[in-house]
Design a protein around this ligand. Sequence first.
Ligand code: IMP
Length: 193
Amino acid sequence: MTIVFATNNRNKVKEVQHDLDGGISLITLQEIGFDGELPEDGDTLQANARQKASVIYDEYGLDCFSDDTGLFIEALDGRPGVYSARYAGPASIAQNNIEKVLRELGDETNRNAVFKTVIHLIIDGEEMTFEGEVRGTIATNVSGVEGFGYDPIFIPEGESRTFAEMTTAEKNEISHRVRAFRKLTDFLCVEVY
Ligand code: IMP
């Protein structure tokens, strides 16, 4: 089957694509000719994921899904959370968001955090959500050049490296996004490896 991944984030497409092996064919927004912005001004990951998928389903009538992700840091009362994309201000780049998190945490010893992803699927007009999360800690410095976003400061539980020091395959073994995505593919009864 074919399904549109409603995201403008090429890194997300790469990760999800990497996890597929037959069964599902991903179509990108570029391929359907959508070059607009996807809204995400809700107060929850669920609301944002639904907003993004709905724009594409309403405009093109194509089966699609979208993801919304947040990094929830215990010592910052769950921030940046649903505001992860714009934590350092509107249209802020990853480096600025990371700097703000590290500045706010300072020498705080509780560095527990969790990445959460909500995927919203719209298929034949039916809507479903799937969730995935991974626990970990926030490093004191940035490390690694792989991945994107907050990856250079997130060390998943049981690991000594940040996500940005891992290959896509290694990140995918444990990531919040792939955990949610595998629930989606299980739902669609497609075998993934
Ligand atoms: P969104 O899901 O695109 O709204 O992402 C929210 C924020 O979290 C953005 O700043 C992303 O760069 C960041 N983000 C999303 N997924 C990941 C990830 O897998 N690793 C690191 N940062 C991420």
